[in-house]
Design a protein around this ligand. Sequence first.
Ligand code: UDP
Length: 339
Amino acid sequence: MAEKILVTGGAGYIGSHTSVVLQEAGYEVLIIDNLSNARAEVIDRIAEITGKKPDFTQLDLCNSEDLHAFFDRHPDIAGAIHFAAHKSVNESSRFPLKYYHNNLAGTINLLQAMERANCHNLVFSSSCTVYGQPDQLPVSEEAPLKKAFSPYGNTKRMCEEIIRDQAEANSLQAIALRYFNPIGAHESARIGELPLGVPNNLVPYLTQTAAGKRESLKVFGQDYSTHDGTGIRDYIHVTDLAEAHLKAIKRLLKKENKASAEVFNLGTGTGYSVMDIIRTFEKVTGVRVKHEITDRRAGDIEKVWADPGKANQELGWKARFGLDDMLRSAWKWEQSLKE
Ligand code: UDP
């Protein structure tokens, strides 16, 4: 019998790619999603790619009664991968309580339901935002956590701490994965990132500009201390991230973890500037991106890239895709949205 893995937020961007990889590896995937920022068709797309429809329940993690009932109906879940959360940095600054309530209550309810159901393996979706602007680059897991620039970032750090405390006090075994900048889409272009409204992130804004949906891409600042003055990030293909989640849940199921709460950085280890991204996109697609330099965006850090050495050595995971592939797949996905 295939082991059952619960994926919260499995209809979302990273959750859907991870559900595909889990099903392809032979796991039975159960998805919970409240569809607040995702579409139900994504479940059919996962079925189209993998040949198997995951079990889907529309459920809000803030509703603990429904969540307990869900675990009662599925008493044999081997582990959970927890993505479900609000994720807009910008919106979180305007509506902090919405973010603290949803992201913290959802995580606490999930931990309580898992404890009650004797389900002890959890992979948590975290972010490099917990490092703020690190003092040293590349940034390793040993770097001190800094006050985040947004309520969203704070929720990621606080959830990590709640999970670590629960793992220390109880039988929970947890891995937090700190993503750098996820971009790109599944090679089939049947699933990808679906930004509602005006995208905040660079690559969705860029592909929408290239597609003619946006007038011009604003490059936020050209006076940073970087090779061309624009901000540097470590962009990582969403398929590589999905594969890291598979490795992480397997590590827990096989009891190969070295501590009850572990953290791993997920990045390529290479940083690219905003102008590098624009130039590379133009090179691989042949499409020009109209852009203009504007002021810095409030709250942005100058540069960050990962030391992925711990994930490389201990998880046996390494990013396979380079920037050309990431941007090509992001463009293929954007073009599929027109059809
Ligand atoms: N960026 C930009 N124009 C945009 C969106 C982002 O120049 O329309 C820059 C941003 O300042 C940062 C990089 O692109 O240097 C990545 O930003 P994103 O919002 O994608 O990720 P994050 O800020 O969370 O790292």
